[in-house]
Design a protein. Structure first.
Lengths: 238, 110
């Protein structure tokens, strides 16, 4: 009985996660193309995409690699981009924290923007779900995109070697990132965080080893947190 | 295509694989169902939205392809991609309009 209801939640998750294949396929392909452009072999590209499994961080690492940034800076910056995964993990913990360890370990690997976004909405809407139902829903929501993400990366990596220099792909990556930033501007605090990060990154450009990036990122993060706290205080007062 | 040292690439791949998993596992795996301090969650919320603009802005203002010279088509493409993203909340629409602006202007001006 419990098994059948978990199964139906798997398919609910599957349905809710399906629209994201229209994001996973083009992004995966782009990543494959960029990785090849950056000098990665197909095996390296596939290992990268399958183990790290986080588009934005993978793109950030490639960009810094092309700029010749030191390895430590590349690692720190890309992981900083992925810090939001820690936030997702934290936010899912009250719902999934009581599941068996092996399930939590797999869930951790599959925590991405899409599975988090689907799951948190469903879990908040239906607070009475059992742990197995929640897990089933969570795994269902990433099932459509995971194989397609990996396959489209492969496709991009194979195609990437055949793209001529004249296509100005140097700027495809900045455009991709800027396009990702737009929808993140959900609250005034997000806008403050981004604006502070932009200004500080321009001021810090002369600092060696791309350290300016980390300084600007921290400044933006703190500005966003401060702005959120201030906005909340104002809301309480009025 | 540039040649990159394979040791560097593998260091990055393995480091990021372990690091990313650790970030995703830290709360759900170790914290279990204990509550977390709100100030920490508040900072974590703004990491992506701060670090991505900080990474991109210098590339838009001083593009590598033009040797760091201000470049009209690239600036315009960046502005369009950001604006369309903010307005439509649609990442793919923003990518395509940004790319169309870049290629359109490169063609017209070049």
């Amino acid at each position: 009985m419990a098994f059948t209801t978990s199964k139906s939640y798997f398919w609910k998750g599957f349905r809710d996660g399906s629209p994201f294949i229209f994001v996973a396929i083009p992004f995966g392909t782009l990543f494959g193309v960029f990785a090849t452009e950056a000098g990665l072999s197909i095996i390296q590209t596939m290992a990268f995409t399958a183990t790290v499994f986080a588009g934005a961080a993978q793109f950030a690492a490639l960009q810094l690699l092309q700029e010749g940034a030191p390895t430590a800076i590349i690692l720190i910056s890309a992981l900083a981009v992925n810090l939001r995964m820690a936030m997702y993990s934290a936010s899912l913990t009250p719902y999934l924290g009581a599941a068996p360890m092996w399930q939590r370990a797999i869930a951790a690997y599959l925590t991405v923007d899409q599975s988090y976004a689907c799951s948190i909405v469903r879990f908040e809407k239906e607070p009475d779900l059992s742990i197995p139902q929640r897990m089933a829903y969570f795994f269902g929501s990433v099932t459509p995109i995971t194989p397609l993400w990996i396959f489209s990366t492969y496709l991009g990596a194979v195609l990437g070697t055949q793209i001529p220099e004249s296509w100005a792909l140097d700027f495809a990556l900045p455009i991709t990132f800027l396009a990702m930033i737009g929808p993140m501007m959900r609250t005034p605090a997000h806008v403050v965080a981004a604006l502070v990060a932009i200004v500080v990154s321009l001021l810090m450009v002369a600092i060696p080893f791309n350290l300016g990036l980390l300084i600007a990122g921290c400044a933006g993060m703190m500005a966003g947190a401060q702005a959120e706290a201030m906005l909340e205080r104002r809301k309480v007062r009025t | 295509m540039t040649q990159v040292n394979p040791v560097t690439i593998w260091t990055i791949v393995i480091g990021l694989a372990i690091g990313s998993f650790a970030l995703r596992f830290v709360f759900i795996g170790f914290v279990g169902d204990r509550p977390m301090p709100p100030w920490l969650l508040r900072h974590l919320r703004y990491t992506a939205v701060a670090i991505l603009p900080a990474l991109i802005t210098p590339l838009v203002v001083w593009p590598t392809a033009t040797g760091g010279q201000l470049d009209m088509p690239r600036m315009a493409a960046a502005a369009v991609a950001l604006a369309v993203g903010v307005i439509t909340k649609n990442v793919l629409a923003a990518i395509f309009t940004g790319a169309a602006t870049l290629y359109g202007l490169l063609y017209l001006l070049g």
